[in-house]
Design a protein around this ligand. Sequence first.
Ligand code: MG
Ligand code: MG
Length: 261
Amino acid sequence: MVVCRTKEEIEKIRRAGRIVAEVMRDLRQMAQPGVTTRELDRYAEAKIRARGGIPTFKGYRGFPASICTSINEEVVHGIPSDRKLQAGDIVGIDCGVTLDGYVADAAITVPVGEVSEELQRLIRVTEEALYRAIAQARVGNRLYDISYAVQSYAEAHGYSVVRDFCGHGVGRQMHEDPQVPNFGAPGRGLRLRPGLVLAIEPMLNMGTYEVEIAEDGWTVRTVDRKPSAHFEHTIAITERGPIILTTLDAEPLGERDLHVL
Ligand code: MG
Ligand code: MG
């Protein structure tokens, strides 16, 4: 069931999203050669709790940590560990925060030290695919306009789009309806309405789109072991366009932002 949120509910998601954004800002700086992903996780959990939030991922279906860290050929859902980041790696960092009963969810992919030009390009194109997708999250558009924006931009740059995992509605739970695939035909799917809150999250692979689950039961990696990148924001659809809720500077909604004409 797809739910449209009230202004007050979106304000709660925005406040959770502010904490997510602070964690992302800090972890982007901390992701240096020699740092373990467990150190990033410990920092994130302490930060979230100090701000009064709950790390949504911890215990979610048994997930053992507060963030996901996915290195190189790992796509999403990597488990923080004693593995040290190395110069030339790229690491995806995914984080969810629950505050006052509402969830926000975001992800970034960060270069560790100096990385190759081809990995920098993968990161750049994946982030741009996210912003192109967000730009389609407008009242009157259809859900797969978002999906098509990711797929068309990714494939135009020679990358493939992961099929097996997708974006989602966000609200009182991290994963709500609708699913937001990163591929599809424009002009199809749910008609977008004010008050819809979505986590949009392109996952782009340098090689095949096929992925598999590693032996740990969580980590998703590319079948061909080529690199993958992931970016995500939680956004609200309003009459004045999409508003990103997982940034440091998101403004509260205005009185008429959810007004249905
Ligand atoms: Mg996420
Ligand atoms: Mg998500």
